[in-house]
Design a protein around this ligand. Structure first.
Ligand SMILES: NC(=O)c1ccc[n+]([C@@H]2O[C@H](COP(=O)([O-])OP(=O)(O)OC[C@H]3O[C@@H](n4cnc5c(N)ncnc54)[C@H](OP(=O)(O)O)[C@@H]3O)[C@@H](O)[C@H]2O)c1
Length: 288
């Protein structure tokens, strides 16, 4: 499937992986619909892409708000009359000590990373069925394959996205709609991981490896073109660790926890410190 004139919705296009991906889709001559909450950043990107000749629609969207998702689909159909690709990329991280995570953070993480993607897909699939074709790309994570310590809520949303992808495939593949879960490792040149590294001054263990926004964009294009169930984007390859954990759960668990624990404990401590600083600045602020 060439992307020339294909209409692609991408959520979370204002920063990190989504921002670089939107630029890449534009070079592939796709028509892009940019969605996120930061309208100024989206507009800036939209202007840049339009100046390069790309047909762009910018729609301020909070993916945790079903009204916004309805408006995103309606505006896309009004303007382009079809949706060829949906990239559910918007996401928030939640690396913290589980006993400290607040209820509203849990809900926000699930609503942004998982519910938003499911509801938006539900709104888009009827249009794809009518067209007889479409591709849904869900930006999961290696955390959805090997949920790390201090990332249980985040990992649960990503595992949910992987399961959701499989369900869609079973139902729609023979009707022309593919679904692919992309599972990037820590992405070193922008986005969530990069911010943690800059804040803590520490990187992950070499054994855990990582990836780049360019490699993630390549995987998304492969997902759109050939529609595999899942692409793990990481160097060194991570699938052997996933298989090891399936065959020997305890050994696999020890290995994967050992390589990720130290880094993510630092990320969790950073979250605790930030919360404590906010609470001491605003002692009356309620903790949910
Ligand atoms: N970076 C990594 O190492 C890594 C690894 C594996 C998977 N991932 C996944 O890749 C995706 C992109 O992550 P990233 O690293 O690029 O993160 P990022 O730099 O923090 O960007 C996140 C994007 O999601 C948008 N977003 C957040 N909450 C939203 C909401 N409620 N409604 C609409 N948009 C929302 C943000 O835009 P606004 O704030 O403007 O709304 C932003 O555009 C996420 O799903 C993440 O879980 C990242």
């Amino acid at each position: 499937m060439s992307l020339q004139d294909k209409v692609v919705i991408i959520t979370g296009a204002s920063a990190g992986i989504g921002y670089d991906l939107a630029k890449r889709l534009a070079t592939e001559k796709a028509t892009v619909v940019l969605a996120a909450r930061s309208e100024d950043k989206l507009q800036h990107l939209g202007d840049e892409l339009s100046a390069g000749g790309t047909d762009v629609l910018v729609v301020r969207t909070d993916v945790s708000d079903p009204n916004d998702l309805n408006a995103l689909v309606e505006q896309t159909i009004d303007r382009f009359e079809r949706i060829d690709v949906l990239i559910n990329n918007a996401g928030v991280e939640c690396f913290c000590h589980f006993e400290e995570v607040e209820t509203d953070e849990i809900l926000q993480t699930i609503e942004t990373n998982l519910t938003g993607a499911i509801v938006l897909s539900r709104l888009v699939v009827p249009h794809m069925l009518q067209q007889g074709s479409g591709a849904i790309i869900n930006m999961a994570s290696t955390a959805g394959k090997l949920c790390p310590p201090y990332g249980s809520v985040y990992g649960a949303t990503k595992a949910g996205l992987i399961a959701f992808t499989l369900g869609l495939r079973g139902e729609y593949l023979n009707l022309g709609i593919t679904a692919t879960a992309i599972c990037p490792g820590f992405t070193r040149n922008g986005g969530i991981y990069d911010r943690i590294v800059r804040a803590t001054g520490k990187k992950t263990s070499l054994a855990l490896g990582g990836t780049s926004t360019k490699a993630v964009a390549n995987a998304v294009l492969k997902g759109i073109h050939s529609g595999p169930p899942e692409i793990i984007v990481n160097w060194p390859p991570m699938r052997p660790a996933v298989v090891l954990r399936e065959i020997f759960p305890r050994i696999g668990e020890k290995l994967t926890t050992a390589v990720s624990r130290r880094f993510l404990r630092r990320a969790a401590k950073m979250t605790s410190d930030e919360k404590n600083a906010t609470t001491s600045e605003n002692p009356d602020q309620p903790r949910v």
